[in-house]
Design a protein around this ligand. Structure first.
Ligand SMILES: [Zn+2]
Length: 265
């Protein structure tokens, strides 16, 4: 008889501990007795147990991030709200409760439940996005940023995936639509890598002067956005942020091509 870890006593011991902790969180939440601080500690224990259990089971490997939805939520946590993450591959912000005083919570789920998109490049200069309903959108010509719905030219990888990317083409992330790509571009600027920098320093960080005419780029972005360059990125309001991401989009080369839709078979 085959004895896997999943059949072992140790596994069930951890499983029972894990369910106990999970139920205590739910209890603390449902009673709303001000146990938030305790629940937060439990989430950390929970994460530890999940990582052990992961070796034996895919259960509860993923979670949906929930914020408290008020104006005290950190902007980078607000950007995670409603998104699905993998406990084994935390977002750049860390998991809910990791930051000091963070009140965000994790809803445990069994599968990432991401819609099944697939990306292909049927020819040079064309990207085909196959959608979950079976229809296909082929984006031909224009710039790479436009073909990939990726106005910030984000590289493919964890950050892009955590912000809605559905695949990659040419080494860059592909987003399902322009709005998701815009939101990912803004989310990147809200990360600690950029949020403490001035607008000019953030531009220089994205486009270093050894590869770019950074000063010219900064001036162009000032002209398009109306920002002086001295503003701190993390202090921009939503309107200023969308002006900045729009200016980045235009300077990154957002050149539309043609779109053809193949309806679902
Ligand atoms: Zn938080």
């Amino acid at each position: 008889m085959h004895h896997s870890y999943k059949n072992s006593k140790l596994y069930y011991t951890y499983k029972i501990m894990y369910l106990g902790v999970k139920n205590q969180i739910l209890l603390a939440k449902s009673l709303d007795l001000g146990f938030i601080g305790i629940a937060r500690e439990h989430i950390k224990i929970d994460k530890y147990l999940i990582r052990i259990l992961k070796a034996a089971t895919p259960e509860s490997r993923y979670y949906i991030w929930h914020t408290q939805g008020d104006d005290k939520v950190r902007p980078e946590h607000a950007a995670n709200d409603g998104q699905t993450f993998d406990w084994n591959n935390p977002p750049s912000t860390g998991d809910p409760g990791d930051d000091y005083g963070c009140r965000c919570t994790a809803e445990f789920i069994n599968s990432p439940d991401k819609p099944a998109y697939s990306i292909s490049e049927p020819s040079k200069g064309a990207v085909t996005i196959k959608k979950p309903d079976g229809s296909e959108e082929t984006r031909t010509g224009g710039s790479r940023a436009w073909r990939n719905n990726n106005p910030g030219n984000l590289r493919s990888g964890t950050f892009a995936n955590n912000h809605g990317a559905i695949g990659s083409a040419g080494g860059f992330a592909v987003f399902p639509d322009e709005a998701t790509g815009d939101a990912a571009s803004a989310a990147l600027l809200r990360t600690p890598t950029y949020s403490g920098l001035s607008v000019d320093d953030a531009i220089a960080r994205r486009s270093p002067s050894n590869e770019n005419d950074t000063e010219n780029l900064q001036n162009t972005i000032h002209n398009i956005s109306g920002l002086s360059g001295d503003e701190i990125v993390g202090e921009l309001d939503d309107n200023q942020m969308s002006k900045l991401t729009d200016a980045i989009k235009r300077t990154e080369g957002w050149i539309p091509g043609t779109t053809t839709i193949n309806p679902a078979p």
